[in-house]
Design a protein around this ligand. Structure first.
Ligand SMILES: [Zn+2]
Length: 169
């Protein structure tokens, strides 16, 4: 319950707590909830735990909630459809929460690192869930879009590295 993801969510909530105190409620339970679909193995440091999928026995040496959710939503072959559907909705809900937090950023010149971390996670999630090839991140139109949003996206190799970290580690 003290994973990095959870801490960064709390930080982001604190930043926007003036406009919403309710949202923090959405972070904690979601974070814990994913673990009821996985077998929690031994701790791997930094609040990460080994995770095994209940349905297909896929194993992550360091289970990351976002990847675990995306697995159930999109990738798990044995997961019942209603469970996949549930996690797809959850991921969309979370993306909406992040979007509403970033509204506070319209008057700033660059994105605070806590929010950048959230955006990076959303980006990774969007890329994985939509099946977008990682080299699309280098597309000039995509780059231009991110530039207008004042967001400095991770490089192609960083992006695929995160996923490898999460799925192969
Ligand atoms: Zn699975």
């Amino acid at each position: 319950m003290t994973s990095l993801e959870n801490e960064s969510l709390d930080d982001a909530s604190a930043i926007s707590s003036t406009c919403s105190t309710k949202r923090q409620k959405n972070c904690g339970p979601n974070f814990d909830e994913i673990w009821s679909f996985y077998i929690k193995g031994p701790g791997r440091g930094n609040g990460h735990y080994k995770a095994s999928c209940h349905y297909c026995s896929s194993i992550w040496e360091r289970g990351k909630p976002q990847v675990m959710k995306a697995h159930l939503a999109n990738h798990c072959k044995n997961c019942p459809e209603n469970i996949s559907d549930y996690w797809r909705r959850k991921l969309i809900e979370e993306a909406d929460t992040i979007r509403s937090r970033t509204i506070d950023l319209q008057n700033v010149d660059c994105i605070p690192s806590e929010i950048k971390c959230q955006l990076d996670q959303s980006l990774l999630k969007a890329w994985v869930m939509a099946g977008i090839p990682f080299n699309v991140i280098k597309n000039p139109f995509i780059k231009d879009l991110f530039k207008k949003l004042k967001y400095d996206p991770p490089s192609r190799s960083t992006l695929s590295g995160w996923l490898l970290d999460a799925e192969v580690a």
